[in-house]
Design a binder for this molecule. Structure first.
Ligand code: AMP
Length: 598
């Protein structure tokens, strides 16, 4: 990690954090051994470990022999007991003071993850590292005068039956205003109390108002996930008239902003009318052309900060559209269960982003994917962080201080290199198969590659796939795959009943391109055995995926963490119904995909 940063941008805490990164990545093996031994000695008395025959003097080899690899579901009965008020040491010897709530949109139901104060402090160090490294990576930014504009979507807290606090990781981080500056890259253009507001409309309106008002100070535009940032840009498209009027008058005239404390916070920023700025925003927004709107409204933006890897890479074309290809910095890889990795590399193509797993966050193990040993048997041996092999794919397994032992996160990652002795990983996909009719087991990557290839077919016609999801439709015999697509065609949302812009044959070709990207199993079943019917693309009205997100948010998901589900099943009938009621036209594959392609 070369350091070219202006000395003056780094404060003492940054310098210490950078040294710490060097230390923990250079001694990754030793640190991991210490972390495991600390977890085991701290939690030696807990019921779960004792049930599996562990005791105070247990070493790591016994741990590996006795403790099974599990999923969250297998630990859930223990977690439920804690949530219901059993305060005996069930999973963790420290009293559990809160639960973090996962989005439930990466697969399955929202999860409750136990947490206690000291464990939360551990997570804060992750953001200290990120802040320091970001300053190093972007030395040409004036970190004292400039402002980041990071959008957040806070969710209200609630309590378990036994009165234990339940909230999302980011809601918790936002409450710790003292530490918030370590969460963000420098000063945020949006004050903390606005970020903490849990009314989605009022919060986002006021966040944008503050960000627009300070437009020439903003050097970075960001949200946790790329999908969240797209939501912000869509919000701007729909609400710029009110925002312009408020900036012109230097006061909030939008009657929907009813929260007085929120108004007060905005008025500390919106100190006087700015008709010139209002004119600029009005001129740009009234054109109705949103391509490149970010650099037009925030002309000093150097980069976009939002996670755009894995299934979120779907949003890269759209981010490029709004930002005129500003660099995208996918800064971290994390989960509600545990913070995982940081992007410590200079900015690169988002598809090449890697994350260095931070060895102090948890004890990490790795289950090799599809490896066979010399006898030709599939090996199920978990390997340690420093023993992973370059280029190999693994399922990530964590053991945490707060009581998750050898718990698979359901993520598949690939080793792409090393930061000192700590491996770097690219995010590959969620483990679960997303579509399955005849044991062909199409996974998230297969689907993403298919959609990317079909996106290539559409590109010459000026069309971008805004978002997509899918399901395996068994109401036809044989069954077939249905993909729901929302499109943006040369800046016009695809809203019409019939498609005037692009010939049907192009969409038929898109269906075919997707099918040709799928596995041999799929193609044999489709073309030879004819046990799968032709794939179908159903185009939905513009704004449908926003509605889908709102439905998920109303059901408990947090917008900061919301990820469009890439496949739906029959339990998600309300999602399917919403999509169906917005379908404008549909197309089928007209040709049999070829077998023996890959
Ligand atoms: P949640 O616990 O709801 O925040 O979801 C965590 C999950 O989001 C992870 O297990 C990953 O599947 C996904 N995720 C988090 N960070 C990234 C990233 N940088 N790239 C791709 N997927 C990610």
């Amino acid at each position: 990690m070369p350091s070219h940063v202006e000395e003056s941008w780094l404060d003492e805490r940054d310098k210490e954090a950078l040294q710490h990164i060097q230390h923990i990545t250079s001694n990754a093996g030793e640190i991991q051994r210490q972390i495991l031994s600390e977890i085991l000695s701290t939690n030696a008395n807990v019921e779960y470990l004792q049930q599996h025959g562990l005791h105070a003097s247990t070493g790591s080899s016994t741990f590996k022999k006795l403790i099974p690899l599990v999923s969250y579901e297998q630990l859930k009965p223990y977690i439920t007991r804690i949530a219901e008020g059993d305060d005996s040491p069930i999973l963790c010897s420290n009293p559990i003071t809160a639960f973090f709530l996962s989005s439930g949109t990466s697969g399955g139901e929202p999860k409750l993850v136990p947490i206690y104060e000291k464990e939360f402090e551990r997570r804060l160090s992750f953001f200290n590292y990120l802040m320091a490294r970001t300053k190093e990576l972007f030395p040409n930014i004036n970190w004292h005068k400039g402002k980041a504009m990071n959008f957040h979507f806070a969710k209200p807290d609630h309590k378990t039956k036994a009165g234990i606090l339940v909230h999302t990781v980011f809601s918790r981080l936002l409450k710790r205003s003292l530490n918030l500056k370590s969460v963000e890259s420098g000063n945020n253009a949006i004050p903390d109390d606005i970020l903490r507001c849990t009314n989605t409309y009022q919060s986002l309106y006021c966040q944008l108002l503050c960000g627009l008002y300070q437009n020439d100070l903003v050097f970075q535009v960001g949200a946790v996930l790329a999908s969240g940032l797209i939501h912000v840009f869509k919000f701007l498209e729909n609400h710029w008239v009110d925002l312009v009027s408020d900036i012109r008058r230097g006061s909030i005239n939008n009657p929907k902003i009813t929260d007085l404390s929120l108004r007060e916070s905005v008025m500390k920023i919106l100190v006087k009318p700015n008709p010139q700025l209002a004119d600029l925003i009005e001129t740009e927004c009234s054109k109705g052309k949103w391509k490149g709107i970010v650099p037009k409204l925030w002309p000093n933006t150097k980069y976009i900060k939002a996670i755009a890897t894995g299934s979120l890479s779907q949003y890269i074309p759209l981010l490029n559209y709004y930002t005129n290809n500003l660099p995208i910095f996918s800064d971290h890889y994390g989960s509600t269960e545990c913070f995982l990795g940081l992007n410590l590399d200079p900015i690169c193509d988002p598809n090449e982003t890697s994350y260095t797993l931070i060895p102090t966050m948890a004890y990490f193990e790795f289950l090799p994917i599809d490896t066979t040993n010399i006898n030709g048997e599939v090996t199920q041996e978990l390997v340690d962080l420093v023993d992973v092999k370059l280029g190999q794919e693994y399922e990530l397994v964590i053991t945490t201080f707060a009581g998750l032992y050898r718990c698979s996160l359901g993520d598949i990652v690939r080793v792409t290199g090393f930061t000192n002795k700590a491996p770097k990983f690219s995010f590959v996909r969620r483990k679960n198969v997303v579509l399955n009719l005849e044991y062909e087991k199409t996974n998230e990557t297969d689907l993403r590659m298919g959609v990317e290839n079909a996106g290539g077919v559409l590109k010459p016609f000026g069309a971008t796939i805004v978002d997509y999801t899918s399901y395996a439709d068994t109401s036809t015999i044989p069954g077939h795959y249905v993909l729901y697509w929302e499109l943006l065609i040369d800046g016009n949302d695809h809203n019409t009943q019939t498609n005037h812009f692009i010939p049907s044959s192009v969409f038929n070709d898109c269906c075919f391109a997707i099918e040709e990207s799928f596995t041999t199993f799929y193609r044999i079943k489709r073309s030879h055995e004819k046990t799968i019917n032709p794939l179908e693309i159903r185009i939905v009205k513009s704004g449908t995926f926003e509605k889908l997100m709102k439905l998920a948010i109303n059901g408990g998901a947090s917008m900061n963490q919301y990820k469009t589900p890439r496949s739906l099943n029959s339990n998600q009938i309300h999602f399917i119904q919403l999509l169906e009621s917005n379908v404008v036209c549909s197309y089928f594959s007209q040709k049999n995909p070829r077998v023996g392609l890959h």
